[in-house]
Design a binder for this molecule. Structure first.
Ligand code: NI
Length: 152
């Protein structure tokens, strides 16, 4: 658990590191018309974190709450990610993660096993939802690396 919390708290720095020194041209480069730019990936990661933080809090606070997912392509297209401020979203991500840290200290085994359910009936424990946060950033860090390679 300690390792998981440590990884969860380090993701912001990893995201920063991944985009450090990139030009605006690199950040806006889309490897294909249907592939996200690094800018879009960063906004997506922050947007996903808003919902995920809400889910984590809901599971800790309520009895078997209903969890909601989001249509990520629709958000990217309809929220005009191109115009959103990347720096703000990075800071938003940082604050969302930091705001959770006091809640993650001293969690009891019972709290880790608290569950939430998606409308399709699939159930996740708090611990699993937390693991998914770290995995989500990992997936997108790898994606950022692929976009960087494609730009070269
Ligand atoms: Ni994602």
């Amino acid at each position: 658990m300690e390792k998981l919390i440590e990884e969860y708290s380090q993701d912001y720095a990893l995201l920063r590191e991944a985009i450090e020194g990139l030009s605006e041209e690199q950040l806006r480069f889309q490897p294909a018309p249907d592939k996200w730019s690094i800018h879009q990936i960063v906004i997506h990661v922050a947007d996903a974190e808003i919902l995920a933080t809400h889910r984590l809090r809901k599971v800790l606070a309520e009895e078997e709450p209903l969890l909601l997912s989001f249509d990520q392509e629709a958000w990217t297209d309809n929220l005009d990610y191109e115009r959103l401020d990347r720096e703000q979203h990075l800071l938003l991500f940082q604050l969302l993660r930091a705001s959770m840290l006091p809640l993650l200290e001293n969690l009891t085994p019972e709290q880790l096993e608290r569950v939430g359910k998606y409308p399709d009936g699939v159930q996740y424990t708090f611990k699993e939802l937390l693991e998914l946060r770290v995995q989500h950033v990992r997936v997108h860090l790898a994606q950022i690396e692929r976009v960087k390679q494609a730009f070269r």
